[in-house]
Design a protein around this ligand. Sequence first.
Ligand code: FAD
Length: 406
Amino acid sequence: MKVAVIGGGWAGLAAAVELTASGAEVTLFEAGRVLGGRARGVEIDGRQLDNGQHILLGAYRDTLALMRRVGADPYELFDRRPLQVIDNTGFRLALPRMPAPLNVAWGLLTANGVSFGEKLKTALWMDGIKRRGFKLPSEMTVAKWLDAAGQTGTLRRHLWEPLCLAALNLPAERASAQLFANVLRDSLGSSHREDTDLLLPRVDLGQLLPEPAGQWLQAHGAQIRLSTRVRQITEAENGIAIDGEPFAAAIIATAPQHVGALWSAAATNFAYEPIATLYRNFEPEIKSPFPMSNHLGGHCQWVVDRGQGMLACVLSGHGDWEILDDATLAAALDQELGLPNPTGWHKVIREKRATFSAQPGLHRPDFRTTDPRVLLAGDYTWADYPATLEGAVRSGLRAARHLTKS
Ligand SMILES: Cc1cc2nc3c(=O)[nH]c(=O)nc-3n(C[C@H](O)[C@H](O)[C@H](O)COP(=O)(O)OP(=O)(O)OC[C@H]3O[C@@H](n4cnc5c(N)ncnc54)[C@H](O)[C@@H]3O)c2cc1C
């Protein structure tokens, strides 16, 4: 079976690997010059960086399995640590290496700056959510959910709101409570301790999956066409045609804003949220006590220490930072971080449509189209999650398996 996969992001790569492994003859079309889509390596001024800092969780099972399948070893490629939430005000919540759910209970109990009453109330609330299967009204925002649960104290400001912004790229006032609850279900609510681990890439994003997957695909006979934007999918005798070339079937694995140009019935009208990452060089001896920390009260929401004096400051979602030019933004962030001796080199990478807005009640299209030969993949089709690498990978695997079965 000759199958086209359109889009070489993590969803398209997952689909292409799965189809190739099941014996299909795969051609992967990618409009960009490299594989990876919104999670790719970029080379800037001789430095190997990412288009934006990414963090993965131990709960990203399908992503980790896909990496192993294509020969990328997660144990080598990630710095894996139990979850810690640390911020610039001195707040710290650290999970120990204890079996779940004891790890979460202990982390909560030992969080600093939180009264015993608030800890107890939060533990009872979390237990209640678990017993109700993390089900919430689809129209509810995270802010309304926290209000209703009486989560209005220290933990809201230092834990739940930053986690919501990190996971959904939206502030609690606008974010879907159900999608946030799903993320909590599979991480803090999981019965496997490892699911709560933070996975910080030791290499650029290209080396995590896109490059090994590309090599694996070519070694297994798949064709990869980079810098090739597909313009049209049409009916053909015994199948479909991709820009005139015949195929038995296709998986469209583009970002949501591009799907409509290829398959109008699947066009989306989502709103989008930006992410900017400022890479900043400092003296190499500057090290954060923990490689990732939250920042409250400024433009930058979290800071990742990438080693050798390189920090990545992440700005999530819309904000007044969008109107600042790169140099002004870098200067503002230097001041915010209060670190001495920036060495002069910096780079701001702005992704204007980093994620779709994971708002309450958002309609997500089905991965099946009206034509059984054309399926959709992409983070936006994995309705259980906000825009994440794991959602993208799962969506690609699902579309490929469906096609193989049918
Ligand atoms: C800065 C940033 C930070 C993020 N941080 C995190 C994080 O910490 N953790 C996390 O889990 N997620 C994070 N995400 C989200 C995550 O990157 C995305 O959810 C995921 O990469 C989406 O993958 P995808 O394959 O669905 O789509 P995409 O990556 O958008 O891939 C679609 C591909 O299709 C190609 N394409 C489009 N049209 C055509 C066409 N006509 N022909 C051929 N090719 C086409 C595009 O070039 C692109 O490569 C972040 C995203 C950004 C931008």
